[in-house]
Ligand binder design. Structure first.
Ligand code: ADP
Ligand code: MG
Length: 603
């Protein structure tokens, strides 16, 4: 089989909200296990250490990767699962954004071993903080195994944001449950350290529920009734709790087309059907599996979101309600599980080739990243609602007052637009927990750094020719360093000729983002200097140094007036950066002064 991974076109990639893929160890588990499932694994092993802080390992016996794919897999927007925007409507795989591995590798130390059935040798890749340290051939089993060590080793603020071991472990387990409950045909192991917590052999949904939630004394399935509805819009099957087993807290799961979802509206439908049968405040367990035409749901919302939009929500609500009532009614007469299928609302069954109207889309097919006059930025994302940043929604963990604020950005949000510039230097805005101040230059350095680094990695920068070339004298000892980076300089948009016989560079073109040539001499000698001090380091390190030198040169000065629109644009771009609390060299970009602190001042 040939290599199968392709890079998504920028226009598509940019329109899939990048968001924050990796928030905690559980996000790593989810992404790696979903990849294993996408690779058609039949056995998946998960191991965690220290609640995933020091290790999350996932191995599978799936199809593995070629050695080229093994490296490509870590590039942002590299995916073998979709090729163009149309494919977004037919998603059957769990992953498709091609950003999980890139995100994990950016914030952890990752080792991967992978081998395809047909290859004799496999590939080993070691990558940490997005830097590739090793790629070599190895002897390994068919399939893929990942070891993700020291999550957030390079993002201390994130590490501090993690909760206690027991909380993180619960997150890991719930992520695990959400996956294993909908993949009973796959065998799973879960180890906490060396202790085997779960061994789940291949089974069916009902047995899987018992494997996960039952114990020696009782089977959860004995408290459940089966649920079935077959219609043209949706097929529903699963289990709901017998009313007398309802409790304050219990297991409630919805799945659609093989993935877990939250659906408050359907939850309500289900609970209403139990009306009068259970006492208020109690909850029946349920495990409900929906199958619909993938074109009638919208899962392309946010990588960490589990809400899913259905095109036919109203109709499905009625079908679900009827099915649950039916199942409970049957129970009233025959108090035991049975698999009889009685009719629910009378709808023709699903037929192949039926015309289905496509759901509303989130992307703009005519989007052209080059038509943007703003700073050459091709990043398009929904505006940020600052109020929602810290909303006390129970689905988000609210950062405690003392901890640095992490990004919880709601993708459907609108911008509040109220920015104030303080001392021509700081952008001030109000957020739920208080007042946020952003250092405008540092924010810009962070944004440009990410952009230059990206240009270096996709090997595409933009050049602008100079009317009058700038000449730069070289010291003889500089020459080898210049040779080392001249390709990178060209990619960034430098057009440089070495004057034959003379130790002189003639700069005829510069990266278009630099705008003016005045600082180019200082910049190039800065880059050369940094290259020298990064001598012997991997090329990725050298690139980071180059990107930082460029960002510092091209960034706005630390003081200077900005318009409201410029501030909004800057803040928006800043929050599109995976790391936005610090500059690449570790300086604080933003601070939050909490409401309490402000209130105290008035006491
Ligand atoms: P996505 O799953 O959205 O495509 P990822 O970043 O999670 O993006 O993975 C990138 C690519 O790496 C996948 O498209 C797939 O081709 C490959 N890959 C990742 N994990 C595995 C695995 N366990 N087995 C085989 N291929 C994998
Ligand atoms: Mg994936």
């Amino acid at each position: 089989m040939s290599d199968v991974i392709r890079l998504l076109p920028d226009s598509v990639a940019n329109q899939i909200a990048a968001g924050e893929v990796i928030q905690r160890p559980a996000s790593v588990l989810k992404e790696l296990v979903e990849n294993a499932l996408d690779a058609c694994a039949s056995v998946i092993r998960v191991q965690i250490k220290d609640a995933g802080r020091t290790l999350i390992a996932v191995s599978d016996d799936g199809k593995g990767m070629s050695d080229t794919d093994a490296r490509m897999a870590f590039e942002r927007h590299a995916t073998s699962k979709i090729t163009d925007a149309q494919d977004l409507f037919h998603i059957r795989t769990m992953g498709f954004r091609g950003e999980a591995l890139a995100s994990i590798a950016a914030v952890a130390q990752v080792e991967m071993r992978t081998r395809r059935q047909e290859d004799e040798l496999g590939t080993f890749v070691e990558i940490a903080g997005s830097r590739v340290f090793r790629q070599e051939m190895v002897q390994c089993d068919k399939g893929t195994s990942f070891q993700v060590k020291n999550l957030f080793f390079n993002v201390p603020a994130r590490r501090r944001f993690l909760k206690s071991d027991s909380v993180e472990k619960n997150h890991l387990l719930s992520e695990f449950y959400r996956i294993v409950l909908v993949n009973p045909e796959v065998e799973f192991y879960f180890y906490d350290g060396d202790e085997e917590v779960f061994y789940l052999p291949v089974s069916n949904v009902k047995v899987r529920i018992d494997q996960v939630f039952g114990n020696a004394r009782r089977k959860l399935s004995q408290q459940l009734l089966s649920l079935e509805a077959e219609t043209s819009l949706v097929s529903i099957h699963g289990f709901i709790g017998r009313p007398e087993f309802a409790q304050k807290s219990t297991q409630q799961y919805f799945f659609v087309n093989g993935r877990y979802m939250r659906h408050p509206y359907f939850h309500k439908a289900l609970m209403m059907a139990y009306n009068q049968l259970i006492s208020p405040g109690d909850n029946p367990p349920y495990f409900v599996y929906f199958e619909v035409d993938p074109q009638t749901i919208d899962i392309n919302i946010h990588p960490t979101k589990t809400e899913i939009k259905f095109e036919n929500e109203q109709a499905i609500w009625s079908i679900l309600t009827a099915a649950v009532k039916e199942s409970l009614g049957k129970f009233n007469i025959v108090p035991s599980i049975d698999f009889d299928r009685d009719e629910v609302p009378d709808l023709p069954s699903l037929q192949r080739g039926t015309q289905v109207t496509p759901p509303p889309t989130h992307f703009n097919a005519s989007y052209n990243p080059f038509s943007d006059s703003q700073q050459g930025s091709s990043y398009s994302r929904p505006a940020v609602n600052w109020d929602s940043l810290f909303r006390q929604d129970d689905h988000f963990d609210k950062p405690s007052e003392k901890e640095p604020v992490q990004q919880v950005i709601s993708s459907e949000a609108q911008t509040s637009g109220a920015y104030f510039q303080l001392k021509e230097r700081y952008i001030l805005t109000s957020v739920k927990s208080g007042m946020m101040l952003i250092d405008q230059r540092r924010a810009h350095v962070r944004i440009l750094f990410d952009e230059f680094l990206n240009e270096l990695s996709v090997r595409k920068g933009f050049s602008q020719q100079l009317l009058f070339p700038e000449n730069i004298e070289l010291m003889p000892e500089d020459l080898p360093f210049y040779e080392q980076i001249k390709d990178e300089l060209r990619i960034l948009g430098f057009d440089i000729k070495v004057e034959a016989g003379r130790m002189q560079l003639s700069v005829q073109g510069i990266p278009s983002r630099l705008k003016s040539p005045e600082k180019v001499t200082a910049l190039l000698s800065d880059i050369l200097h940094r290259t020298k001090s990064a001598y012997g380091e991997p090329i990725e390190k050298v690139r980071e140094e180059m990107a930082l030198a460029l960002a510092e040169t091209a960034a706005i000065p630390s003081t200077g007036r900005l318009s409201g629109e410029e501030m909004a644009h800057l803040v928006d771009q800043l929050f599109a950066c995976p790391v936005h609390l610090y500059t690449p060299d570790g300086k604080t970009v933003m601070v939050i002064i909490s409401q309490d602190e402000i209130a105290n001042r008035f006491n």
